[in-house]
Design a protein around this ligand. Structure first.
Ligand SMILES: [Zn+2]
Length: 93
């Protein structure tokens, strides 16, 4: 199978990044649409890194290094959360 390490990394760090952002801003919309937008945006900020893999969706520290490091991935997710939070694609009550 072919997997995009970037996507695995983003999905792995996403809950943590969202939690840390929610400590600063408490009214982030977490509907599926916004969550999908955030993940998609974060993926656009980062380079894709495809590997042919037997190990499925397990990501290693080496994979993170290829993406600029765990901190970089984390920062891009936070950036994506901020963009979606400030410009949600739907009306928020
Ligand atoms: Zn929403």
């Amino acid at each position: 199978m072919v997997v995009n390490c970037t996507e695995i990394a983003v999905r792995e760090l996403f809950p943590e990044a969202l939690k840390s952002y929610q400590q600063r801003v408490n009214n982030i919309c977490t509907c599926q649409r916004c969550l999908d937008d955030i993940v998609a945006l974060a993926l656009n900020y980062l380079p894709p890194h495809y590997v042919g893999s037997e190990r499925g969706s397990i990501i290693t520290s080496v994979d993170y290094q290829r993406l600029g490091g765990r901190t970089e991935v984390f920062a891009r997710i936070c950036q994506a959360i901020k963009v979606v939070y400030e410009n949600p694609r739907h009306h928020i009550e």
